[in-house]
Design a protein around this ligand. Structure first.
Ligand SMILES: *Cc1c(COP(=O)(O)O)cnc(C)c1O
Length: 387
């Protein structure tokens, strides 16, 4: 890919930026600043400092001995994003983008959130840096996720319920974008996954790549060779692209993304423009984005990052779906065999590993990216299992 293409943010035919001119102006400025700082040694020193002192990196690559024995095939390692401060990989990207916002002189940070996890991560880091924080959230979502709204407020953020439209994530995105267009000289829009118009997918990948940078070093230390497969769950695609990044050019490593059956964007999607960029999208018969459903709120999104769309179409990565039953089973199996309760999102990756490991040989190695911990999901699983 030429530099010019890279700068425009295309991954094959996917990506780009399809937004009104006022917003494009803000995105051009952001692109310019990102390319200025991403290789700046001082900026990277500061990022590393917070990864270690605040998030608690590097996190371990844990050998899942009992799970491996139980499955009787490939060795399974778990990359422990669940051990990060706030309990998932999301904080890696939030810290990176806030440091960028600070360099750009932003006085306030805005973000949108659906289930609330990205909002909580953003509010957390804004509290730590003392930055004014506004989170847009669909009114319907503020009711369903009242506890996360309280968490964000506890952390000093202002939560703005959006009642326009259907009062869901999409409407919150629109409100956040309006805010950005009006205030971009002093406001930074902190996007939570590897989606959106250029340069966001590249920014999010850059900051999440720390996952595979560490796992590659760790697996070489422990096993003296690369894994045969890396497995991650896919919502918008940020934990997966971070877990894949340093293996994309290592063609011996299979890259496997796992989606919910009823949000099978990569498995069943077609190319279309959604939320300002081109990607694979699940469309209904009339050509509108199809409503998705997942028991894991973080995977409930009808589109997918442009780079995953390209990795899928080019054949470099593989994407599969698992059922809710398989996810619930994996949630319990990992809890019982390893003493690790995974996030329901992460349990999708575990569920596929449970199928793959037994058909591989004992010499082979799988890394499962454990994107988050399951404390937030225990009550929901309790209700599902006891009803
Ligand atoms: C938000 C979330 C996801 C899904 O988002 P991606 O951008 O696809 O990574 C996965 N796991 C956890 C724990 C999450 O909080």
């Amino acid at each position: 890919m030429s530099l010019v293409q890279q700068r425009r943010g295309y991954f094959g035919e996917f990506g780009g930026s399809f937004v009104p001119p006022e917003l494009q102006e803000a995105l051009d400025y952001l692109e310019d600043q990102f390319f200025k700082y991403k290789d700046d040694p001082e900026f990277n020193e500061e990022f590393k400092h917070y990864l270690k002192e605040y998030i608690g990196r590097e996190n371990p690559l844990t050998f899942a001995a009992r799970l491996t024995e139980r499955l009787g095939g490939a060795k399974i390692y778990l990359k422990r994003e669940d051990l990060n401060h706030t309990g998932s990989h999301k904080i890696n990207n939030v810290i990176g983008q806030i440091l960028l916002a600070k360099r750009m002189g932003a006085k306030r940070v805005i973000a949108e959130t659906g289930a609330g996890q990205h909002g909580v991560a953003t509010a957390t880091a804004c509290a730590m840096f003392g930055i004014d924080c506004t989170i847009y959230m669909g009114e319907e979502d503020t009711r369903r996720q009242a506890l996360n709204v309280f968490r964000m407020e506890l952390l000093g953020a202002k939560v703005v319920p959006v009642s326009k439209g259907q009062g869901r994530l999409k409407d919150a995105v629109d409100e956040a974008l309006n805010d950005l267009v009006e205030n971009y000289k002093n406001t930074f829009y902190l996007l939570g996954s590897a989606v959106g118009p250029h340069p966001y997918p590249s920014i999010v990948k850059h900051f999440q790549s720390v996952i595979s940078e560490e796992s590659k070093r760790q697996i070489l230390e422990k096993e003296g060779r690369l894994p045969d497969a890396v497995i991650a769950c896919v919502g918008g695609g940020s934990n997966a692209i971070g877990a894949f990044a340093h293996y994309i050019d290592e063609l011996s490593v299979r890259l496997i993304g796992v989606e919910p059956e009823r949000a099978a964007t990569l498995t069943k999607g077609v190319p279309a423009v959604l939320h300002g960029f081109k990607c694979l999208v699940l469309l209904d018969e009339e050509g509108n984005p199809q409503p998705t459903y997942s028991i894991a709120a973080g995977l409930d999104y009808p589109g997918i990052g442009p780079e995953h769309s390209h990795l899928k179409v080019s054949g470099r990565a593989e994407y599969y779906t698992v059922t809710n039953e398989e996810v619930l089973e994996a949630f319990q199996v990992l809890s019982r065999t390893e003493g690790i309760i995974p996030a329901l999102e992460s349990a999708h990756a575990v569920a596929y590993a449970l199928k793959l490991a037994p058909i591989l040989s004992r010499e082979q190695i799988i890394i499962v990216n454990l994107s988050g911990r399951g404390d937030k999901d225990v009550e929901q699983v309790f209700r599902m299992l006891k009803s």
